[in-house]
Design a binder for this molecule. Sequence first.
Ligand code: NAD
Length: 277
Amino acid sequence: MLTTSTTIPLLPGTAIPQIGFGVFLVDPEDTQRVVEDALAVGYRHIDTATGYNNEKEVGAALRASGIPREEIFVTTKLRNDHHKAGDVEGAFERSLEALGLDALDLYLIHWPMPANDRYVDTWKTFETFHADGRAKAIGVSNFQIPHLERLLAETEVVPAVNQVELHPIFQQRELRAFQDGHGIKTESWGPLGQGKYDLFGMVPVQAAAAAHDATPAQVVLRWHLQTGNIVIPKSNRRERMAENLDVFSFELSDDEMRAIDDLDENRRVGGHPDEIN
Ligand code: NAD
């Protein structure tokens, strides 16, 4: 049975709460309040990135919450310009410093930036962070199958997760199957479609919401969880944070899951990994 505290095992000895809270586009001046609210409503997994410019404020919220460090799973990501410049060790240390942490639960390469062709070397540096214990798990984001294949062939540690755009009209089936075959966990960014299309008005989402007395956002998040994805919805509003976490009192039927599966159009709403360099 899925619960708020359901976790997915990563590398030996680590596990990620399947539902977390993302802070992309949360302004630095709002971030401490937003993250404190998220922790107060029950999230124990925070997803930030150096590129979001709010690591310092996330760190302040972690401390202000008074929640023991080991009870909160913290992810951040290597910023593209640091990756490009080969400033990987420095960037990692600055992230720890900004967050006020001795170790991260998960550190991700934010984008593969294939035209720069540095991600294999960058991953080898990530392996050192894992080996010395400063990153309990390491993973990637926005990697496509050929990028993962190169890491598997040329490096030692299998990425614990790949955090990718994933929502009902872009379900990443081929990538998910590949990752399942290699023990790489799938994490959905933009799980609610970033509000960029009328996901909540789609018939199967509406129908399941009516059947379970749930909101469309809850149905979509529940679909991610039952699919097996790690999910990190974002909202600045406390009532929506709570709504998005309140997805454990109902279960979508096989038919309801299939109807949402059938919404897949293999269509992104965000940037294409080949084009971000
Ligand atoms: P999302 O799909 O979580 O959508 C967020 C938007 O949905 C919010 O701004 C809000 O307007 C709306 N929303 C949230 N809850 C709602 C509710 N209950 N009812 C109605 N509307 C609601 O998009 P996101 O923030 O882009 O993605 C989630 C997280 O994923 C980010 O915060 C970030 O941590 C991560 N992310 C990672 C990458 C990457 O490249 N790795 C890219 C984008 C996002």
